[in-house]
Structure formats: C-alpha cells, structure tokens
Design a protein around this ligand. Structure first.
Ligand code: IVH
Length: 706
C-alpha cells in the first residue's frame, strides 16, 4: 500500500521549485495529515512503519539541506533545547477565568439561566435561550497562536494577563497540529486544555513502578508538570492530549455566529474538539446535560470536574460582556470532587477470605466522589512503604467510580513529629497465627488457615468440596448461615452440630437438615489425599496431597516430617515444603486435625511409598470421552494410585489412551501416533494386571463415588 494512494496533499505552494524543495513540502504535508489521523482521529490510514519511513526521509532531507527545515516541520516536534526557565508571554487577549456555580445539584443550571435572562432583560414569556454545553476538562489551560496557519507560540494561562512560553513542549503533543488544515486566517489563537487520559496515566505509573520510581498523584498535576517542564525531551515522554474549547486573538477571520459553530470550525482546522457537547435549550436543556454527563462521568476516558455552559450566540456574549475577570455568558457547573485531603488516624490490617493481609488507612471522614470515605486501601506492604503512609499523615485520597478509595500520596511537609514507618505485623490480627510473606510475593498471608476466623467460611467450603471431603449440600449459602449464626467456628464443629441446630436455620426444612447430617456422616470415611487437600494448606493441591500420602503413608508421618524429608517427595519443592511445615507448626492447626479424627473422620493409612507397589509408575495415560461406569475423577484416582501420570494431551510419549463414548480428537491423535487405545474393561485389566484389585489402596473411591 502506498501512501499516495490514501492521501495526496494539494500541490504545494511554489510549484516549479527544485525537486528537493517540493519533496520536503510534500513530506511535511503527508506527515501532518497522518499525525492528525493517528493522534486526533485515532484512525490511522497507514502502518506506523510507513509513517516512520516518511519521517526519516524528511529528517534526512533536512539534514542534507538545512535551509529546507521550517518551524512547522513534523521533525521539530522533538529536539527542543533544555531551558533555564520559561519566558513570560503577554496575552493579546487576556485569558479569563470562569465563574463557578457552587450549587453542585442540577438546580445550579437553572440559577445560571435565570441570571443570564435577567441581564439580557428577557421576560418570562420570551423563548428559551440557546446554550453550548461542554465538559469541564481537568488539565491545564493553553493558548495556541497560529499565524497564517503555522503554530508560532504556545503559552500557559498564568495570571490571565501574562503566561509562560511553553511552545517547545506543546510541539511534542501529537494531537496539536503544527499547521492548520485548509485556508488559514492571518491569526487564530486557539484556547483549550492539555490533559492526560486516565489509561495513559495508569500506564505511565505502571512504568514508574517497574522502574521503582515514584508514581504520580493524578493526571491533572502530571499533565501540568509536563507542560511546564524545562526539558522538552521529558515532556515528549509524557502521553498528553488536548481539547480546544475557545479562541483568543483573531485576525482576518469572520467568526461564525455561534460558539458551537466556532468549535466546528476549529475541528475543521484539524484541532481536537471533544464531541461530548451539545446545544441545549433553556434551563431544562442544561439540567438534562448535567444529569446525563454526571451519569457517565466515571466512564469517560479522562477526568472532568464539571460541565461548562456558554451562551451560544457570540452576539449575545458580546452584549453580556464581563464582570471584572469573568465573562457573564459562561459558568462552570462543578461535580463533587473525586480527590480530597484528609488525615490518617490509624493503619489497620485486614484479613481476607484467603488469608491475604491488606493494610487499610483509617481516615478522618471526608466527602469524596459523592460519598463519605473513612477507609482507603494501601494494597500491600510494598505499596504502603513506597507511598510511606504513616499514622498522623495528611494524605491525598481519591475515589473515582466504584473503585475503592485509594491513598494517592502523602503531603510530606504536613507530617507531624514522631511518626513511624508502617510495618506489616508478624502475626495475623484476627487469629494470632504467624503471618508470612513468601519470596517473590507481594502479599503477606495468615497461616492460620482453618483456625482463622477471617478465613473460616473459605476453609469450610474448601474442606467440603467434592474433590476433598465431598459433603453434599454444604454450599456457600449454608456455610454463610452456619458461620454467621456461630454454630460452626472450626471444621470439627461441622461434625458436632445436631439436627436441632441445623433445622433452626432460616429456610431449612427438617428433611434437608437430615440430608446434611447424612452427608456429613458419609464424608467421614475418606482417603488421606482428600483429607490433606481438604485442609487447605497453601500450595497443597490435589496432586500434592496424593504425592504426600503415597510417600509418607500416614498423616502423622507428614505432620512430623522435616523440610528435608518433605523435599524427598516428588514435585515438592522448597516453597511447598515450607508451607506444609508452617501449617503443621501452628498448634491450632494440629488441634483441628486431632479433633476431626476424634469426630470419626478416618481413612486407610498405608505404608510409606517404598513398600507400596506402583505397577504403572512411569506410564503416562490420557483419558478421553465418557466411560460406562467410572467417572473421569475415579479413573484418574485409580490410575494415579497405581503410579501412572494422567495427562491432558496425547503425544508420542503417551503410553495408553483410555477412550469412552464420544471421544474426539484425542482418540484420532492416538490412532495417528499408534498409541494403544483401551476401553474401561481394558483399563481395569491394566490396573489388575499390575497388582490385582485387592491391592488397590483407593478401591473404596469406586464404590462410594456418587
Ligand atoms: S472556557 C472565558 N471551557 O476551566 C471562558 N474553560 O477558569 C474561558 N476549562 O482553567 C474558559 N474546560 O482551562 C472553558 N470547556 C471549557 C473548559 C474550560 C476546562 C478550564 C479552563 C480554565 C478554567 C476556567
């Protein structure tokens, strides 16, 4: 695809110039066009590589012929000098501020409409006024001066009379055209807001975190800081965006009749104008816009702090004029702030359902993002340390959307004397068990497991699940009720509760209570691997449970094994070994195990691994399709008990494929590779051939399976 197919700029001025001059002009025009497609419209027409190729061609031309370099060349977006300071710029037309409506409810819109009507001397019966309604972007106001279509000066607002020259930095913003499209007036000053999108801000902070650098507080301050940075190379690294919302000095251009048409004209010059705007009629139109934007505020890709209403007719704007430094024809209608400053009263540590410890700042109540906030998460120890949040600190907190409130930064100069650095406690604040943070993890966790109140529900559900103790009917709702009512505190309590306690629960019929008791009774006869898995020891899943059981043979063997002994088990590494040791080092975990045994939970214990025959050791088997009597889990258990590895995919290394009905591609693959295929009977024969059914330690699983 060639660039010229997609966009051919008009014949450059000065046709008949030497070919290099024409080529440079053509490249500039093409690059401007594609920068606009890419940055402003977000609809690129050519691949990035093609753009880069054209850009490099222009750079090379300019290097060879420095006289071809122009101020509006796309190559001039980067490469400005580091400045000693920003120079003052006097605005030809002052940059006014805007009156703020303090009533943040929709009624504020009606108050503005009444005021304007009164000042224009309109009677109640006169038709409604037309307004241009826009978003109030939360960034930094900028004036862009274009002379004969070329960007010559960019300045901050400053005090409204005098701002600062930030031209070099503004040139780095891809969305801001260096040359206006179409026939350009002699002078156009465009006013608008430089801002940073939220996703760009998040990505920037992510990069900072990766580098271990300090993160930025919010998109607004970051954008403002970047625009005023003395090194344009730094600014070029910041993802800035721009929206035009008005004009300043104008020469050689008959302005359109309305503000909305003026914005359309700026759009046709190639400037970014936010399309979240409308022409509203009277107070009801303003109120509707205010409500509509308020509902979408959190879904916008950038921060706004309100909406702005402007009398649409430029003639009426002139008639209304100014009151000191504010126009009478515009008002900013704010929304509740999403950031506030407050103080940290305490730092608590909360324990989640999986044992994760989260530091939470307790705050002096503050109204932010539309609600009163008293807590803000500090995420984890590293985050708390990096932000260095301490009790007594004054902090910036932010609550946007439904996101949980967050401490974004500490106001360091407001820190009182005698504060101390936050450290994660060594013990769980709920149950007192050791809290550990494993190597390479960001979270500390309570090791209390079964015993920890915060983890109780989770622990019970884990214990009761089908692949663990398989207590039928003990689901999330019932566990919630049992724990909340205090009937069940620890796992053994499950086996101690009676019919009357169960039946006393809401919506629990006698029959269902009876069924639960049956299921509990039935679950008591289990296997060691299921029991081990059911304990919920971190990093001990089903497979590890099985490995441990077959290696040690008895629970006591596992509970008393040293780290070194645990490391002898296949697939058990240092992290798993440590986790098992830590679990059984907690006296209350041992207590729970003893009580469960006392309640009648039993399994057959075997001999340590060396003496248990493993006829299928070293064999890999793949299960596919539905077997006539065995469930997938049962077949897997039987195979693993015989030492086979059960894999999910067929390869040359597969020894057998066991296929039932509706076996699909795995069966085809087996045939293709010549792997022996067995049916259920063949599987049983294979298992029996090795050691005979009476030797199978898990035989009861087949009989008891549901
Ligand atoms: S018009 C004469 N429109 O709000 C009116 N301002 O004091 C001039 N702002 O920092 C402002 N969005 O940068 C206008 N859609 C918008 C705006 C907007 C944000 C900012 C502006 C200035 C403050 C007004």
């Amino acid at each position: 695809m060639s660039t010229a197919d997609l966009f051919t700029p008009e014949e450059p001025d000065g046709a008949g110039d030497p070919p290099v001059v024409e080529r440079a002009a053509w490249l500039r025009a093409v690059l401007h066009h594609h920068a606009w497609r890419y940055y402003t419209l977000d609809e690129p027409e050519i691949p990035d590589a093609e753009y880069d190729r054209l850009f490099q061609e222009l750079q090379a031309l300019e290097a060879e012929h420095p006289e071809l370099q122009t101020v509006d060349s796309p190559t001039q977006r980067v490469g400005g000098r580091i400045l000693e300071g920003l120079s003052p710029v006097t605005h030809v037309v002052p940059m006014l501020s805007i009156q703020t409506e303090t009533d943040t409810t929709a009624a504020g819109a009606a108050a503005f409409d009444s005021r304007v009507r009164r000042e224009l001397g309109l009677a109640d019966g006169d038709p409604p006024l037309e307004y241009a309604a826009e978003l109030k972007f939360d960034g930094l106001a900028i004036n862009l001066r274009y002379e004969r279509g070329v960007l010559v000066l960019a300045a901050t607002r400053g005090d409204g009379e005098t701002g600062e020259d930030v031209t070099q930095n503004i040139r780095t913003i891809g969305q801001i055209p260096l040359v206006l499209q179409g026939p350009a007036p002699e002078v156009v000053e465009v006013r608008g807001e430089v801002y940073m999108r939220r996703d760009d801000f998040e990505r920037l902070n992510e990069r900072q975190r990766e580098k271990g650098d300090k993160t930025y507080v919010n998109p607004r301050n970051t954008a403002a800081g970047a625009v005023r940075n003395l090194d344009p190379a730094v600014t070029a690294q910041r993802p800035l965006s721009f929206f035009a919302y008005g004009v300043g000095d104008i020469r050689g251009w008959d302005l359109p009749a309305t503000h909305s048409a003026l914005l359309d004209a700026l759009l046709s010059f190639g400037l970014p104008v936010c399309d979240d705007r409308c022409v509203a009629h009277g107070a009801p139109g303003l109120v509707a816009f205010h409500d509509q934007v308020s509902a979408r505020r959190d879904a916008l890709p950038f921060d706004i702090d309100g909406v702005v209403y402007k009398v649409n007719s430029l003639a009426l704007q002139r008639a209304l004029g100014f009151k000191t430094r504010e126009p009478r024809w515009a008002v900013a209608h704010k929304y509740p702030a999403q950031e506030q400053v407050t103080t940290v009263l305490a730092i608590d540590v909360q324990v989640g359902r999986t044992g994760k410890l989260t530091p939470v700042a307790k705050l002096a109540p503050v109204f932010v993002g539309g609600v009163t906030v008293t807590n803000a998460t500090l995420h984890n120890e590293d985050e708390a340390r990096r932000k260095d949040v301490r009790v007594g600190d004054t902090v910036f907190i932010r609550r946007a959307g439904d996101v949980i409130p967050e401490v974004v930064a500490v106001l360091a100069d407001r820190r009182p004397e005698g504060t101390t650095v936050f450290t994660m406690p060594a013990h769980c604040p709920v149950c007192g068990s050791a809290a550990v943070r494993e190597d390479g993890e960001v979270d500390s966790r309570c090791t209390g497991g079964l015993f920890c109140g915060a983890q109780r529900k989770q622990a019970i559900l884990h214990f009761a699940q089908r692949r663990a103790l398989d207590i039928e009917g003990l689901g999330e709702k019932l566990v919630d009720q049992l724990v909340d009512s205090g009937i069940v505190r620890t796992l053994p309590d499950l086996y101690r509760m009676g019919l009357s306690a169960l039946a006393s629960l809401d919506r629990m019929a006698d029959k269902s209570a009876q069924n639960i008791l049956f299921a509990l009774e039935h679950s008591k006869r289990t296997t060691l691997p299921r029991f081990l898995f059911g304990l919920g020891i971190r990093h001990v899943g089903e497979a590890t449970g099985k490995d441990l059981a077959s290696h040690f043979g008895t629970l006591d063997g596992i509970m008393n094994a040293s780290i070194d002994q645990l490391l002898q088990v296949s697939d058990v590494g240092p992290v798993v070994a440590k986790s098992i040791r830590t679990f059984f080092d907690q006296p209350h975990n041992r207590e729970v195990v003893e009580q469960l045994r006392a309640c009648g939970v039993t399994w057959e214990e075997g001999e340590p691994a060396a003496q248990v025959p493993k006829p299928l050791a070293g064999r890999t088997v793949v299960l596919t399709g539905t077997l006539p009597t065995l469930s997938r889990d049962q077949a897997k258990d039987l195979l693993e008990a015989s030492g086979a590895k059960v894999s999910g995919s067929v390869s040359k290394k597969t020894h057998y494929v066991v296929a039932g009905s509706e076996a699909g591609s795995k069966l085809d693959k087996a045939r293709e590779l010549g792997v022996p295929v067995l049916d259920e009977a063949g599987l049983m024969a294979l298992l029996a051939g090795g050691s005979g059914p009476s030797d199978m330690p898990n035989r009861e699983v087949t009989d008891g399976g549901s």
